[in-house]
Ligand binder design. Sequence first.
Ligand SMILES: CC(C)(COP(=O)(O)OP(=O)(O)OC[C@H]1O[C@@H](n2cnc3c(N)ncnc32)[C@H](O)[C@@H]1OP(=O)(O)O)[C@@H](O)C(=O)NCCC(=O)NCCS
Length: 140
Amino acid sequence: MSRPQCAIREVHQADDIKSTILRDRAERGWRIWTIGFVSVDDGYETGLLMLDFYDRTSSAKVYEVFVLDRFRKCGIGARLMERAELAARRLDAKIIELEVHPLDENIDACALRAWYSTLGFNGELDSRLMKKDLQPKHNG
Ligand SMILES: CC(C)(COP(=O)(O)OP(=O)(O)OC[C@H]1O[C@@H](n2cnc3c(N)ncnc32)[C@H](O)[C@@H]1OP(=O)(O)O)[C@@H](O)C(=O)NCCC(=O)NCCS
């Protein structure tokens, strides 16, 4: 089932999040340089992505992407990742990185790595780090 109506809202502090589960996660992971994205479906908050942007290295990092269990496998995680990538590009990030680190028992590292690969991330199999190059490719 896909959820084309799912909207993505940018948030600037954990307190902007209504869902207790998502707000708790944001409170634990939020740093001053974090940009948050919350997916909203029919007025209901369904997922959270925290993106860190590092001006000095022109790089961005997906610190955490989390979709409430009952809303998973509907395309919401991918929508959050796409939105984060767009934000990173707008900030002129050259690269977006993440660490493969399952946050609950419902998805394992192998499935998570495969999912990130479908979103264009690459990395060595013996490392948790995955990256996506955001620089435009020039032919010739
Ligand atoms: C990873 C996560 C964000 C994906 O969100 P989602 O909304 O389910 O993702 P999408 O619907 O866009 O993509 C679904 C795809 O993700 C993968 N996937 C999601 N859940 C999975 C599971 N339990 N087992 C295996 N693959 C899974 C599959 O490739 C799936 O594609 P399919 O439906 O064709 O099999 C979600 O599973 C989650 O919140 N997990 C817990 C938090 C976490 O570990 N986050 C990552 C580290 S920060």
